[in-house]
Design a protein around this ligand. Structure first.
Ligand code: NAD
Length: 497
């Protein structure tokens, strides 16, 4: 019998108000049901938001270092349970164990960073223009944060949002992706075990329309932090603007790796394979385009094709597997569709190109690691996010052209250049329109203590990670303390006449 999971609202585990449920299955073997989960609706959201609103009044008064101490405990528990959670994550969304361990590790790093931030949360003191007066600006918590997350980093992304929200003194209602509700439940269990008080974090499972939109529209939700597709991000932005909520959006990407003629090709090869086919290409920072200098085009392309064909597809729980399945049937169909579009547009399939078959693959959503050569910058496969194991290869004549091609998309998340020439590297850093640029490293590999986010339609200007996310989860309060014992009027009493 599949395990029955529940929502976590106001310190208690409960079924959905409707009593309805949904199933979550292993994408590498659809016969395996991971569990059944509550299919929640507005009634569950209302209850969770009410609990979070109530808990905010006491949580905001807990000293930030004490809130940080709880997050330290969360980091310790995640460390203890790292392997168990990684295995569950692989079963529910398919990426290989090496990567799901990394996903949990990112949560651990984020927990310890947040714990220490409880002892900083720096404000400013600034001299007053008047005598005997003290000015400062301090950070204050905002209220209830709705956290809506995708399935590709089921632990890391929720922790990027929930941990800073909590250490800043906000309370949380968390709606995870319905493809990864079990990992989300593990995180919730750890938060409660670590001592997060009742009502401070709440978990509501269910669909984007019923649960996600109900949260975004809710008048008692103050903040929305969303990671997902650009199309849903736009809807959320519109809806949230009606109640003037603060919204952080981390959206799609179409990331490019540039390889110049002077690059270390062996290094660039390792980078592009990891960037394009790691997480089965289902990363917002995945390398979706390879922009190759014409002088190394043929040689480097054949090196990549050769290696890509040798990647082993299969169940991510097996240590010798390189690439897992797509997360679900719909994602696999999208990948197949894009390969078809690419071919119709004139691209040439030089590796993979179809749904995978073979031993152990019959009951999973597997697609062969695929390389499309002779792609031109205007093709849809050069501009649109595919979110699967497909790499589009584009030939260029110069650095200038490489950068122009890299910028030729609505997105601007990650980017990479392989070159030994420091001048090329700095020009790329300056001119590529993306939130992240790697030099001699692939487009993936964010570190938890650095800002993370993108430009253009990848987001709305906020950053996760590092110190920058703390700006999102706090409001500035400006404080003037006048100890002169008399009325002092700014701009008037200190003016010459
Ligand atoms: P998605 O937009 O379909 O769903 C993301 C989340 O939003 C899910 O929890 C979903 O249930 C919910 N949702 C769906 N419709 C909603 C609505 N109308 N209102 C409120 N919530 C709604 O994305 P996905 O398929 O889960 O994830 C893949 C996408 O996420 C890709 O585009 C990828 O690039 C992006 N992504 C971005 C980043 C980043 O940091 N920039 C990181 C990971 C993934």
């Amino acid at each position: 019998m599949a395990k029955k999971y529940q929502n976590y609202i106001d310190g208690a585990w409960s079924d959905s108000a409707s009593g309805r449920t949904f199933e979550n299955r292993n994408p590498a073997n659809w016969d395996e049901v991971i569990g059944t989960f509550p299919l929640s609706n507005k009634a569950d959201v209302d209850r969770a938001v009410a609990a979070a609103r109530k808990a905010f009044e006491s949580w905001r008064l807990v000293p930030a270092p004490k809130r940080g101490d709880i997050l330290k405990k969360v980091g310790d528990l995640l460390t203890q349970k790292k392997e168990e959670i990684a295995r569950l994550m692989t079963r529910e969304m398919g990426k290989v164990l090496l990567e799901t361990r990394g996903d949990v590790q990112e949560g651990i790093d984020t927990a310890y960073y947040a714990a220490s931030e409880g002892r900083r949360l720096f404000g400013h003191t600034v001299p007053s223009e008047l005598p005997n007066k003290f000015n400062m600006a301090i950070r204050v918590p905002i209220g209830v944060a709705a956290i809506i997350t995708p399935w590709n980093f089921p632990m890391a992304i929720p922790t990027w949002k929930i941990f800073p929200a909590l250490v800043c003194g906000n309370t949380v209602v968390f709606k995870p992706a319905s493809d990864t509700p079990a990992t989300a439940t593990s995180l919730m269990e750890i938060l409660t075990e670590a001592g997060v008080p009742k009502g401070v974090v709440n978990l509501v499972h269910g669909g984007g329309t019923e649960v996600g939109m109900a949260l975004v529209e809710h008048p008692d939700v103050d903040l929305v932090s969303f990671t997902g597709s650009t199309s849903v991000g736009k809807k959320i932005s519109e809806l949230a603007s009606r109640t003037l909520k603060r919204v952080s959006l981390e959206l799609g990407g179409k990331n490019a790796q540039i390889v110049m003629d002077d690059a270390n090709l062996d290094l660039a090869l390792e980078g592009v394979l990891w960037g394009a086919f790691g997480t089965t290409g289902q990363r917002c920072t995945a390398t979706s385009r390879l922009i190759l200098h014409e002088k190394v085009y043929d040689r480097f392309l054949s090196m990549v094709v050769d290696k890509a064909k040798k990647l082993k597809l299969g169940d991510g729980l097996k240590e010798d597997v390189d690439v897992g399945p797509c997360v679900n049937e719909k994602q696999l169909a999208t990948v197949e569709e894009y390969v078809k579009i690419g071919v119709q547009e004139g691209a040439v399939v030089v590796a993979g190109g179809k749904r995978a078959s073979g031993d152990g693959l019959a009951k999973g959503w597997f697609h062969e690691p695929t390389i499309l050569a002779d792609v031109t910058p205007s093709m849809r496969v050069a501009r649109e996010e595919i979110f699967g194991p497909v790499l589009s290869v584009i030939k260029v004549k110069s650095l200038e052209e490489a950068i122009e091609v890299a910028n030729n998309t609505q997105y601007g998340l990650s980017s990479s250049i392989y070159t030994q020439d420091i001048n090329n590297a700095y020009r790329a850093i300056r001119d590529i329109r993306a939130g992240i640029t790697y030099v001699n490293a692939p487009t993936i590999g964010a570190e938890a203590h650095m800002p993370f986010g993108g430009v253009k339609e990848t987001g709305n200007g906020h950053r996760e990670g590092g110190w920058t996310v703390y700006d999102f989860y706090t409001e500035w309060k400006t404080v003037y303390v006048d100890y002169s014992g008399q009325l002092q009027r700014a701009q008037i009493d200190n003016a010459e006449n």
